[in-house]
Design a binder for this molecule. Structure first.
Ligand SMILES: [Zn+2]
Length: 281
């Protein structure tokens, strides 16, 4: 390893550490026993069922529910100095089992997901989760992490190949560099998504409680989805990895909400300073 590669590795380690301070909130920790109990419960849970409802009706529920959540979420946004707590909700008629947060406070909800939802509380659980991603600024953070991963992998590739005489074809070199940077970008995205999911869940528990939704019905939804995610890989589970530890953490969040006097999520004031990532904002 030459001195440039050593310097690069040290810089990569520092940036990786900076990226790890992904969650602004103090997330509930779960034990192995709690995760195992959640796993047995998931295995015994009923499979997803289709609920007959027109797309127009589903669209109406999505907009009504989102409004009620938005009206209740203000103090949770203010806590993070997130000045804009207004969400751009879009309903898509496509038969895709998905919902996602993107861009500037935009949330896209698909009819293909709505058909699996029973009560308004279940719609609310999905929307509050996506709001949680925006409130905690996960879109910018993921892009920052992706960019760091991409740049670091590209730099490593350039350093390693600079001393190698093998690359006489510059077209091939550029192709390989691009492949290396894309790989780094994917690695960056995957490394942080689980913590972001847990943080979005945690924030959503508080927003749902503030809006007066039934947290136990939201729980049954996450349980059914977790069971389903073990069998299928669809858009929803690609972007929202689920597992028994997520369900166990959800239970902890709900217990915390029940005891909370101000109905505000707990902030993690001990984490690594997020300013390290702000150059990518
Ligand atoms: Zn998510």
């Amino acid at each position: 390893m030459n001195k440039y590669v050593r310097k690069f590795t040290a810089a990569a380690a520092m940036l990786a550490l900076a990226g790890c301070g992904g969650a602004a909130h103090l997330l509930p920790q779960v034990s192995e026993g709690e995760t195992n109990r959640a796993l047995s419960e998931i295995e015994a849970a009923p499979a997803l069922q289709i609920h007959q409802r027109s797309a127009t009706k589903a669209r109406g529920i999505v907009f009504e529910t989102a409004k009620r959540l938005e009206d209740a979420a203000g103090p949770v946004c203010d806590q993070l100095e997130e000045t804009v707590c207004v969400f751009n909700i879009q309903f898509n008629d496509a038969d895709e089992m998905n919902a996602y947060a993107t861009g500037e406070n935009k949330i896209v909800f698909f009819q293909g997901l709505a058909k699996y939802l029973q009560s308004e509380d279940e719609f609310a659980a999905v929307i509050a989760h996506e709001m949680g991603h925006h409130i905690a600024d996960h879109i910018d953070k993921s892009q920052g992490n992706q960019l760091i991963g991409s740049i670091l992998t590209g730099l490593l590739f350039a350093l390693v190949t600079a001393s190698s005489p093998g690359y006489v074809n510059s077209y091939q070199y550029n192709q390989d560099l691009q492949t290396a940077m894309n790989l780094g970008s994917t690695v960056g995205a995957i490394s942080f998504s689980k913590e972001h999911e847990r943080e979005a869940d945690y924030i959503s528990a508080y927003i749902l409680a503030r809006a007066g939704y039934d947290l136990s019905k939201a729980r049954s939804l996450w349980m059914k989805f977790t069971k389903e995610s073990g069998r299928t890989q669809t858009g929803l589970f690609d972007t929202h990895p689920a597992g028994p530890e997520r369900l166990a953490a959800w239970d902890k969040s709900v217990a915390e909400v029940a005891l909370s006097k101000d109905l505000l999520p707990k902030l993690d004031n001990t984490g690594v300073d997020e300013d390290l990532l702000s150059i990518f904002d």
